[in-house]
Design a protein around this ligand. Structure first.
Ligand code: CU
Length: 296
């Protein structure tokens, strides 16, 4: 009974804390770090916020707009092969628009809505960036420059853009379409399965014929190879047969110790003979001394 109670308590503790879904969090209590950088301790971040400085070339704020952007796994379902996506893949605004983005993360992981290519004199690193870890919402504001341009918006977490979390944002007429925007533009590298079509299935009859052919080939190969008893083996056997009676005669009447010592003696003699032979060969080769020219 005690064991059962303990199990129940443990199960309740784990299910209600460690493995529970993270609660949706509205990130409104952010600390302002200056330069448009705001953060909190719960994974909420705004970078490159600009609520009041007009970009060069803008006489006034042309329009004030608000959008809500969702990020999550479920928005990628309509794009085969993708895993993450924003709920929208394209945005368009008038030049010099003041835009407030409410960024909602619907997943229990970290996502971003990151814009690149903004003027660096106004936006640090040319970036406007919203980030939420886990389900939650964060808001940020920026003012667009006056030029017609297409901006990339993406999530910079490893592989999230490659797996589909990217969009394009056009100011005015924009400057064309960016590649690989899900549902908008073609991929830079198209999927191509033409080289990976599997080999046709071989019928049992063809398989039997192939096996027979292989057996014939391997038999032919075996016939071509060297005979089992080579010339070297025959020479060795002959030498052994000739030497055996000599050795028997030599070791006749000896004890085991005497046989061993006499074998060592023979070996020493043999090595000495070989060394002598090599030395005389070397001296023969190196003895080519300069020959004196005959006197005239
Ligand atoms: Cu992401």
């Amino acid at each position: 009974m005690q064991k059962l109670l303990l199990t129940a308590v443990l199960a309740f503790t784990f299910s209600s804390s460690a493995f529970a879904e993270k609660e949706f969090m509205d990130h409104t209590n952010l600390m302002n770090h200056g330069d448009g950088h705001l953060m909190d301790m719960d994974g909420g971040m705004v970078m490159g916020q600009n609520t009041d400085i007009l970009p060069g070339g803008c006489d006034k704020i042309a329009a004030t707009e608000e959008i809500t952007v969702h990020a999550g796994h479920k928005y990628s379902k309509k794009f085969p092969g993708r895993v993450f996506a924003f709920d929208q893949q394209e945005y368009q605004f008038e030049p010099c628009t003041k835009l407030t983005v409410h960024f909602v993360n619907d997943d229990s992981i970290r996502h971003q809505w990151m814009m690149h290519g903004l003027p660096k004199y106004l936006y640090p690193k040319g970036m406007f960036h919203l980030e939420v870890t886990g389900p939650g919402k964060i808001s940020g504001t920026l003012i667009f420059p006056p030029n017609d341009k297409t901006y990339l918006v993406h999530c910079d977490i490893s592989q999230h853009m490659e797996k589909g979390m990217k969009s394009q944002l056009k100011i005015g007429k924009g400057s064309g379409d960016l590649p690989s925007i899900p549902g908008v533009s073609a991929n830079v590298i198209q999927d191509d399965y033409s080289n990976s079509i599997p080999e046709p299935v071989v019928s049992p009859k063809d398989l039997a014929a192939k096996k027979k052919q292989m057996a014939v080939q391997s038999a032919a190969l075996a016939a071509d190879s060297e005979p089992a008893v080579s010339g070297l083996v025959i020479i060795g056997l002959a030498a052994g047969l000739l030497l055996a009676p000599l050795l028997v005669r030599r070791f006749k009447g000896m004890g085991a110790g005497e046989i061993v010592s006499s074998i060592f003696e023979m070996l020493a003699q043999l090595i000495g003979l070989v060394v002598k032979l090599i030395t005389s060969l070397i001296s023969l080769v190196s003895s080519k001394k300069s020959v004196e020219l005959p006197k005239k």
